[in-house]
Design a protein around this ligand. Structure first.
Ligand SMILES: Cc1cc2nc3c(=O)[nH]c(=O)nc-3n(C[C@H](O)[C@H](O)[C@H](O)COP(=O)(O)O)c2cc1C
Length: 428
């Protein structure tokens, strides 16, 4: 029976030294040209020494006008010497303890912040359904533009391989572009990229094929996929199981199961941020560790491809149980590693659990959540807490230490200010 300390041989032949992965977390640390900086190398060195067998980078963008956030690493077109050196340093640091570092490759589509692009490209002109005017009105991609983006995913994977990353992960979850194509709510196209599930998955499958053609048979390719969008009429679990089967047939080495989007952030179990028509979450689901493990178990019944499951894991027991019962082959860890970079090493040495900062950082008393009118306040709180994690990553990269004393609202203001300065420097 596998445990977190066991290695895993992937279908391509690569070996993960253990079953713990640092999940992708956006860093916001690239320079205004989108090049990887010394801070990124320092950060990935810390995480490499922290013991996870696999580090997945924060989303690296294939298009400078479609960022998830200011400060994303961007790979678009031929890379200059400084960009290649920065990426190589990041990859070297991430592998210095013998583990893997995979580059997560993404395009934000309609979830591009309005400050980056007021009219981002997306499958269809369907805006993100959230209040606050954070996202603009998207424009539908043409077929030629889709073809170009497929090429660009492939090109970025080739750059990752050339600069020393030991694998790539294609981001098809959380409501970003490839996930927008999968969902009938955001994809209203009537051409070969819309309508049936096969059509909605066509871009993702073409990206996987293009990436495989570029990196060869022995280089690991992962995909992060939603188990579901958790929205009425969205990408449903039944769809996800079918797409997972296609990804397995296409030779994907590791499928990461997550869920949700900005409209319904199930991946982090943030309450108050759901779209108005989202089904209410059951208290038992919200309180439970390992948000997606039951989905993964059901998927496992029809799949042999290794599964990485991320979201909510905090105790060694739950991790080992998921591995033993076929709920996961690799466990993804996110928020705890923003503070405790050595969390994986501690678990491997027998520690029982990781800190649950997400529950310690609640700012408003729980009884307020019963008042419907204060849902918005909860959303702001959830938003600020996410920025608290951004601030931890930023502090780790710049100083080598987390900065847990900062309040979530101060973190929100600081990071947003830095983001504005980054965008201004980019334009200048
Ligand atoms: C600060 C932060 C940044 C994140 N950035 C990304 C990202 O760039 N790509 C991605 O796929 N998921 C991202 N996520 C989601 C995580 O990969 C993960 O799915 C989520 O945090 C749930 O895992 P956890 O409960 O262990 O934190 C991010 C999460 C956090 C907290």
């Amino acid at each position: 029976m596998p445990s977190i300390a066991d290695s895993l041989v992937l279908p391509c032949g690569a070996v993960l030294p253990n079953r713990l992965a640092k999940a992708a977390m956006t860093e916001g640390l690239a320079d205004p040209q989108g090049r990887a900086t010394a801070e990124l190398a320092r950060l990935y060195g810390l995480w490499a020494d922290g013991g996870a067998g696999l580090l997945i980078t924060g989303n690296v963008q294939i298009d400078r006008d479609h960022l998830e956030r200011p400060g994303n690493v961007i790979i678009q077109g031929p890379q200059d010497e400084a960009a290649l050196t920065g990426l190589s340093a990041m990859a070297r640091a991430g592998t210095r303890a013998g583990g893997h570092i995979w580059m997560q490759i993404s395009h934000a589509g309609r979830q591009t912040q309005v400050t980056v692009n007021p009219h981002p490209k997306a499958p269809s002109a369907v805006p993100v359904g959230l209040p606050g005017k954070q996202f603009g009105m998207p424009e539908a991609l043409t077929e030629d533009e889709i073809f170009d983006l497929i090429e660009r995913f492939g090109y970025v994977a080739e750059v990752a391989q050339q600069t020393g990353f030991t694998g790539v992960q294609i981001h098809a979850a959380h409501g970003y572009l490839l996930s927008q194509f999968l969902s009938p709510r955001s994809n209203l196209r009537t051409d070969q990229y819309g309508g049936t599930l096969e059509n909605r998955a066509r871009m993702l499958m073409a990206v996987v094929a293009r990436v495989r053609a570029g990196v060869g048979a022995e280089f690991p390719i992962g995909v992060k996929l939603n188990s579901a969008d958790f929205q009425k009429g969205g990408f449903a679990f039944e769809d996800s199981v079918i797409v997972a089967g296609w990804l397995q047939a296409a030779g994907v080495d590791l499928l990461e199961i997550s869920g949700g989007s900005y409209e319904q952030p199930a991946m982090m179990d943030i309450q108050g941020m759901e779209a108005p028509d989202a089904p209410p979450q059951k208290a038992s689901t919200a309180a439970r560790e390992a948000y997606f493990v039951d989905f993964a178990k059901t998927m496992r019944a029809s799949l042999t491809m290794p599964l990485l499951v991320t979201g909510g894991f905090r105790t060694r027991r739950a991790m080992n149980t998921a591995l033993e019962t076929g709920g996961a082959d690799v466990i993804g860890l996110g928020r705890p590693l923003c503070v405790d970079v050595a969390g994986p090493a501690k678990l491997l040495a027998g520690a029982d659990e990781l800190d649950r900062w997400e529950s310690k950082l609640k700012l408003l008393p729980p009884w307020l959540s019963f008042l419907g009118g204060l849902k918005m306040m909860r959303a702001v709180e959830g938003f600020a807490v996410t920025y608290w994690y951004y601030a931890q990553i930023d502090a780790l990269a710049r100083t080598g230490k987390a900065h847990i004393g900062i309040s979530p609202f101060a973190a929100l203001l600081n990071i947003q200010k830095a983001g504005k300065a980054w965008l201004k420097a980019r334009k200048g």
